[in-house]
Design a binder for this molecule. Structure first.
Ligand code: BGC
Length: 924
């Protein structure tokens, strides 16, 4: 009877509040279905896409024992359970990520509908998941029938200033005769594009198709546009700009050694599009770019990523992108002579307009000069809402900081003009405008040309960046640290812009590989970086040097320097991070040959397992005081690469390579000790970074680890408890301290407010992470503007430690299938931390607090995973879980207890542990 009652209740609840009911009754559901890291992606290029899902259940120990996937060629078939493409049948496996599609061969343009069910721990089948889908892109280059078209607007260039050409506009009229079943637009550009159908913008993406080595590949996007196309006459419109292809990139403008100032890939942007129209009767018609497209210039007179945009609203062409427009003054588009070897589907999260920000105040440092303070440093641009006379000119200049007199500081932008200009059309009502093909890194907008006093609505900040899914949250008892976390996240947002850039403001914005490898693990806690970083790794491999070294930055339109240790290693380290965080082995296979070439290069250029950089070495970039020896850095990275390669080779089943790389790693480690450990048990150079690298990368003999930790603390103490590392040391120093039992020192560094520290920047108003410890100091003011960004994520790589050691969330092995919950905060003044991380296996949380001598930990482990929990505890007998003495439930098993740390293994579910904190805080 009770069971029946419960069933009725279950049904009632399930119809009214959905998934919450599962928590009550412990049923398990597969959800968040993804194909190649995306929900319902369009334009999949892989013939064997990988499928993943997570399980939702409130029940402890819940897991998957088997799964079944159905894939159908139509939604109708899937609903009817007809898996005409693939029925995996019941597969006994706990694997819920990266299941490789093994059904009927996939073809261009197909949409595949799929669902999954699983069998739980008691081998009870779940319901089918909700339906999901993915669409295939254009798989063969021969699927592209369209030609690249262009319109050379250089004759309109004003022979002064930067001499930027106006943007070309294209239009194509086509007729739809009958009802359509489906319309898909495949589109790409050399440069940047924006397309519309009948005046409506296609998609939400910006800065498409991203930045690649255009001589190797160009990405395209597939957009479902069925809703935009109508019966009768239709128009596709497109606007192009130079973008990374033909515009200013990197620091090229300032390098006299480099005769080219822009247009590294080509002079004239090009456009390609195919609109596939599928009629209800199955007939297919494709509209292609060719010479029948019409072209013109329009109101965008200049557009450059670094330099800014100029828009003359008087030159707007009403109706140009709609049907029944008289385009007789437009000319025929020309074919572009581009040789594009490969068009591939854009494989990552596109840049989008993510958020708007209102200014917090307006100042007027000089009459007629208005400065809007956005209250936050970010990447994007300003939208303006103004009223004025026809032809009046409004100029927007962007800056991260203000001078003492309140004027904008633009010197640190170097040659990036970062200026947008708008000429009013003189509407009676107000005019609203925002640029499209440029972006700036800024907190302040200076507006010139306003004839009346503005208000806070005159300017709106538009935040743009790659649209990565948020995966992490973090807060703790220290406001300063919370502030730092916020600054880190904002800095990541500003610099995850199609590629991982060093900075968003000056004439640089390059995918510097050193910065990326240092920060990638931190980034992965904050957002899902799998697709974004995988895309960048392609760029890194595309520009691998002939020597085998990975480049200093990628894409690499011009070669300025030979790659440096700590930078070139990104090819191995970032691949490894993606494997580790997402359990992705395909990424290893994809780059394995390139990584081996790199290892061969390292071997070739080493001497008795030591590496002495000859060509270029950035060292521990931005370190203060004593510099870490370059050969020590180079050798440390060599050893680390070998170690990671040994692991990755083994994961993909190459045991011979794995053995060889293990032996190599051991040999380098020995050589490292012999060369760099002095007779006084010191490391050559004796810098914080030397010890941090050696401890983190496990390069020291066991007996030396503790001593190295002590020396590291001493060096910090010698600087009055301050940090002095540069980019290469910063990721490693706090983990190295925790590893050697000095978490209290790590916390002290984190909570410093005096120079040099993260806190010092915050005390001075930072809303993002600065490039240098001394970007601004009270004594000296701003650093040399030549190299002074206020939005550089490298020093934000402390975020990795905040999640892995403060909150204590880490992966044990790859992909968070086994999880570690290990807050390492012995001796810290921080009394609570709360973090969540949405892993590829589901949501993990760790929330702890110290109260009345007790350590209280609340943690959630997703279904189908297990965890090892480390608990500081004085007395095993006084540990409770869920209010009961620990050990009284099956799902918590004691693994070890050494008098100060109790280690348990737990199944999935939610747990509340309480222990008495040891009085004596032991190191280790
Ligand atoms: C960048 C850095 C980069 C470095 C190489 C700088 O200009 O901004 O972040 O890693 O060059 O040393």
């Amino acid at each position: 009877m009770i069971k029946k009652l419960m069933l009725v209740m279950f049904l009632l609840i399930s119809t009214s509040i959905g998934p919450a009911c599962f928590e009550i009754f412990g049923a398990v559901t597969p959800s968040a279905l993804k194909c190649e890291y995306f929900v319902d992606p369009k334009g999949i290029d892989s013939l064997a896409p990988r499928l993943s899902w997570i399980l939702i259940s409130g029940e402890r120990g819940q897991k998957q024992t088997a799964y079944q996937i159905l894939v159908a060629s139509s939604k109708k078939k899937l609903v009817a359970g007809i898996a005409d493409l693939w029925d995996s049948k019941k597969v006994n496996s706990d694997q819920s990520i990266h299941i490789v599609y093994q059904g009927r061969p996939l073809k261009s343009r197909m949409t595949c509908f799929w669902k999954v069910r699983i069998w739980d721990k008691d081998v009870v089948p779940s319901d089918w998941s909700q339906d999901a889908d993915w669409s295939m892109g254009l798989l063969k280059q021969s699927d592209w029938k369209a030609r690249w078209i262009c319109y050379d607007t250089r004759p309109w260039v004003k022979k002064r200033g930067l001499q930027l050409p106006p943007c070309p506009y294209f239009r194509k009229t086509f007729t739809v005769y009958e009802k359509l079943r489906k319309a898909t637009l495949y589109v790409s550009a050399l440069g940047l594009f924006e397309t519309s159908i009948n005046g409506k913008r296609v998609g939400r993406d910006h800065f498409m198709p991203g930045w690649t080595n255009y001589s190797k590949r160009v990405y395209y996007k597939a957009y479902p546009v069925t809703d935009l196309v109508r019966k009768g006459e239709n128009v596709i419109g497109a606007v192009l700009s130079n973008g990374w292809y033909a515009g200013y990139v990197g620091f090229a403008p300032r390098h006299t050694a480099n005769p080219r100032r822009r247009a590294f890939y080509g002079e004239i942007p090009a456009f390609i599009a195919q609109l596939d129209l599928e009629y209800a009767d199955g007939k297919r018609v494709t509209i292609l770019t060719d010479r029948s497209w019409k072209a013109s210039t329009g109101p965008i007179r200049e557009a450059d990523i670094q330099m800014g945009e100029t828009y003359d609203a008087r030159l707007e062409i009403p109706g140009w992108d709609r049907p029944f427009f008289d385009d007789r003054t437009w000319v025929s588009a020309k074919f572009h002579d581009a040789i594009v070897p490969r068009l591939e589907s854009y494989p990552a999260d596109p840049v989008q307009r993510i958020q708007t920000i209102q200014p917090v105040n307006i100042t007027q440092p000089q009459p007629g000069v208005y400065v809007f303070n956005m209250g936050q440093n970010f990447a994007g641009y300003a939208k303006i809402k103004i009223k004025g006379n026809r032809g009046a000119r409004i100029v927007l200049r962007y800056a991260e900081m203000l001078h003492k007199d309140g004027s904008v500081m633009t010197e640190n932008l170097r040659d990036a003009r970062a200026t947008d200009t708008y000429y009013l059309k003189g509407d009676d009502s107000s005019e609203t405008w925002q640029p499209r093909f440029t972006y700036h890194g800024f907190q302040y907008v200076e507006v010139l040309g306003l004839t009346r006093k503005p208000d806070l609505d005159t300017v709106t900040g538009i935040v743009l960046h790659s649209s990565l899914a948020k995966t992490g949250s973090f807060e703790c008892s220290s406001d300063l640290v919370n502030n730092l976390y916020r600054n880190i996240v904002w800095t990541q947002r500003s610099n995850f812009f199609d590629i991982p850039t060093d900075c968003p403001q000056r004439d640089e914005r390059l995918g510097w590989s050193g910065d990326a490898q240092i920060y990638a693990r931190s980034a992965a806690y904050n957002t899902e970086i799998a697709a974004f970083m995988s895309k960048w790794l392609v760029a890194l491999e595309d520009d691998q040097r002939p020597s085998g070294a990975f480049p200093d930055f990628a894409p690499m339109p011009f070669l300025q320097f030979e790659p440096s240790p700590g930078w070139m290693d990104a090819g191995v380290i970032c691949t490894y991070i993606l494997y580790k965080v997402y359990g992705d082995t395909r990424i290893i296979k994809k780059h394995y040959r390139a990584m081996k070439r790199f290892m061969d290069y390292l071997e070739r250029t080493s001497t008795n397992y030591l590496r002495f950089p000859k060509e270029n070495c950035w060292g521990d970039w931005q370190a203060l005081g004593a510099q870490t020896p370059q050969d020590l850095i180079a050798t440390a990275y060599y050893a680390y690469d070998a170690k990671l390669m040994a692991e990755m080779a083994s994961v993909i089943g190459n045991s011979r390579d794995s053995r060889q790389y293990s032996i190599l790693a051991d040999n380098i480690k020995n050589a490292f000790s012999q060369a760099y450990v002095t007779s006084q048990d010191r490391l050559k150079g004796d810098t914080q970074t030397a010890y941090a690298l050696a401890i983190y990368m496990k390069l020291l003999p066991d007996k030396m680890i503790g001593v190295a930790g002590e020396r590291l603390v001493e060096l910090i103490k010698n600087r009055n408890w301050h940090i002095s590392t540069g980019f290469l040391g910063i990721k490693h120093i706090l983990p190295a301290l925790s590893e050697t039992g000095h978490s209290a020192v790590a916390c002290r560094l984190l909570e410093n407010r005096t120079y040099p520290s993260w806190g010092y920047s915050i005390a001075n108003g930072a809303t993002t992470v600065w490039e240098r410890w001394d970007s601004y100091t009270k004594n000296k003011g701003f650093q040399n503007p030549e190299m002074n960004s206020f939005s550089h994520y490298a020093f934000g790589s402390v975020c990795e430690w905040m999640f892995s050691s403060m909150a204590g969330i880490d992966t044990d092995g790859a992909g968070f299938k086994r999880i570690i919950i290990r807050p390492r905060i012995q001796g810290c003044e921080i009394t609570s931390t709360k973090a969540t991380y949405n892993s590829i296996h589901g949501l993990i949380s760790s929330e702890w607090q110290i109260k009345n001598g007790k350590f209280i930990l609340d943690t959630t482990i997703p279904p189908n995973t297990t965890a090892t929990v480390y608990l500081p505890a004085e007395d095993l007998g006084r540990i409770t879980e869920g209010g009961q003495p620990v050990g009284s439930t099956d799902s918590v098993k004691l693994l070890s207890f050494d008098g100060h740390d109790a280690v348990f293994s737990i199944d999935s579910g939610n747990y509340q542990f309480e222990s008495k904190i040891p009085q004596e805080i032991p190191f280790g």
